[in-house]
Ligand binder design. Structure first.
Ligand SMILES: C=C1C[C@]23C[C@@]1(O)CC[C@H]2[C@@]12CC[C@H](O)[C@@](C)(C(=O)O1)[C@H]2[C@@H]3C(=O)O
Ligand SMILES: O=C(O)CCC(=O)C(=O)O
Ligand SMILES: [Fe+2]
Length: 326
């Protein structure tokens, strides 16, 4: 492993060929959470793409805007002040280095521990009271959305009880993480015909990720045929993706979607993501209600603690589920 002492420059970041503007995701499933058809639409989107856009989710625009403004204010602080909130492991401020295994991206971020519906008391960053208040208000709201979506997933899959999936993130000791990412404009690449990797391709290890971003695009997902498509940004919506653990719980019916972020050469992108994970001791195996007669699990048995340990020892782009396949 190469450990760099100083802040890495743009030449340490993997470059990508400019995305073709024709690659915008035209088939994006858009789910209205207030509609009676939401459960079926969610299950369908999770089976086809592992990804969908969620509208009419009920989180006030103010709650989202307040957190965005506080995050922008934090990321505008002098570098030395931000570094005092780091390093990001286990929780805090990080810049360009992602994880502990050599991955780099054109971003800075805050990685935070969530306890119940708010920041963990043990997590002292950020210290600014207004930022913490905005984070707690937003986390409580987005977590409720995640729970409603997971209840709708169970209904869409036709399984009981309704909290068969959501109970895993509401249970005591559930492992929830919150992340605020800032992708500054990468001016150095202007006119070069290529773009910088903001966040390299990966799947999320948890059950569910709920993302909200400002009006700057950059997020891309891989379709099942391997084609990368750009997700048009929408600051009023959430984007939900299936994580590895939910793929296993559904025995492969829901797909953990590969995604990445391409940095913009002109505009900054701010995204905030709630990752809903279960308790460390939670067994991750297909729900018996979902296994047909004679159907076997596609995966070896493991706990979330075991999976998380393996995931955090892997590189971002690794196929983390491969070693757990039967
Ligand atoms: C390279 C890594 C960063 C990551 C931990 C890992 O070793 C592999 C999974 C990565 C990921 C992706 C989704 C989330 O952003 C994240 C917080 C997570 O739980 O798994 C990150 C991890 C990270 O940034 O620490
Ligand atoms: O910042 C984004 O838009 C997505 C980042 C992401 O996929 C992650 O943090 O796991
Ligand atoms: Fe992700």
């Amino acid at each position: 492993m190469v450990v760099l002492a100083s802040t890495p420059a743009v030449d340490h970041i993997p470059l990508l060929r400019s995305p073709d503007p024709g690659d915008y995701f035209s088939g994006m499933p858009v789910v209205d959470l207030s509609s009676p058809g939401a459960p079926r639409a969610i299950a369908d989107a999770c089976e086809r793409f592992g990804f969908f856009k969620l509208v009419n989710h009920g989180v006030p625009a103010d709650t989202m805007d307040r957190l965005e403004s506080e995050a922008v204010r934090f990321f505008s602080l002098p570098q030395a002040d931000k570094d005092r909130s780091g390093p990001a492991y286990p929780f805090g401020y990080g810049s360009k280095r992602i994880g502990l295994n050599g991955d780099m991206g054109w971003l800075e971020y805050l990685l935070l521990a969530v306890e119940s519906a708010s920041l963990s008391g043990a997590c002292t960053v950020p210290s600014c009271a207004l930022f913490r208040a905005a984070l707690n208000e937003y986390i409580a709201a987005v977590r409720k959305v995640a729970v409603r979506v997971m209840e709708a997933m169970a209904e869409g899959l036709g399984i009981a009880p309704v909290d068969a999936l959501s109970a895993m993130v509401t249970a005591g000791g559930s492992d929830q993480v919150f992340r605020v990412n800032h992708y500054p404009p990468c001016h150095a690449l202007q006119g070069l015909g290529c773009s910088a990797t903001g966040f390299g391709e990966h799947t999320d290890p948890q059950l569910i990720s709920v993302l909200r971003s400002n009006g700057t695009s950059g997020l891309q997902i891989a379709l099942q045929n391997g084609q990368w498509v750009s997700v048009p940004s929408d600051r009023d919506a959430f984007f939900v993706n299936v994580g590895d653990s939910l793929q296993v719980l559904t025995n492969g019916r829901f797909k953990s979607v590969k995604h990445r972020v391409v940095a913009n050469s002109l505009k900054s992108r701010v995204s905030m993501i709630y990752f809903g994970g279960p308790a460390m001791t939670q067994r991750i195996a297909p729900l018996p209600q979902l296994l047909g007669a004679g159907e076997q699990s596609l995966y070896k048995d493991f706990t979330w603690g075991e999976y998380k340990k393996a995931a955090y020892n892997s590189r971002l782009g690794d196929n983390r589920l491969a070693q757990f396949h039967r």
